[in-house]
Design a protein around this ligand. Structure first.
Ligand code: HEM
Length: 138
């Protein structure tokens, strides 16, 4: 595995775990830990996007030639659409939090959390498909 792929995998795994941890902590009423986790999840997600763009520019594209291709494509397309939607949602959620407008933060945050979690889980699924089911890798 190239160093870029390896770094991408680590950053996106950390981001996803921080997101889940941050959601658990706000449910427990721990606001400061929630804040730290969510800032961390956002920073690591941004690093991942940078690495992803670099990978797309530098490394050859690997097609998916494994089984369950329609399922894989459905996951990939919904993942991509939700990742695009997630960006403005996350920016708005963070802005409300940093401005201290927690009434609005509380309203939009569950939607952002749902969309972001969908992106994280389908991202891990796509990795599984590409790494373990793809015939191009065998
Ligand atoms: C995009 C990143 C973030 C997401 C997805 C997020 C998500 C959430 C969620 C799901 C809740 C619970 C809402 C509910 O059901 O009541 C919440 C509440 C809260 N969040 Fe965040 N959060 C983020 C960033 C932040 C940041 C950076 C801060 C601090 C500056 C923060 C501070 C809070 C506080 C204080 C509450 C409790 C609000 C209240 O109950 O009045 N959040 N957040």
């Amino acid at each position: 595995m190239s160093i870029l792929n390896y770094l991408s995998l680590i950053t996106i795994a950390i981001s996803g775990l921080l997101l889940i941890t941050g959601i658990v902590f706000i449910k427990l009423g721990k606001r400061e830990i929630h804040k730290t986790c969510m800032i961390g999840a956002s920073v690591f997600a941004l690093i991942f996007v940078g690495l992803y763009l670099l990978r797309t520019a530098l490394l050859p594209h690997t097609p998916y030639t494994g089984p369950y291709r329609p399922l894989f494509l459905a996951i990939l397309w919904t993942h991509t659409a939700m990742a695009i939607i997630n960006f403005p949602l996350a920016v708005m959620t963070l802005r409300y939090a940093f401005k201290g407008i927690f009434e609005k933060h509380r309203k939009i945050a569950p939607i952002t959390a749902f969309v972001w979690l969908y992106v994280v889980i389908t991202g891990w699924l796509i990795y599984y498909f590409m790494q373990w089911l793809n015939r191009s890798n065998i």
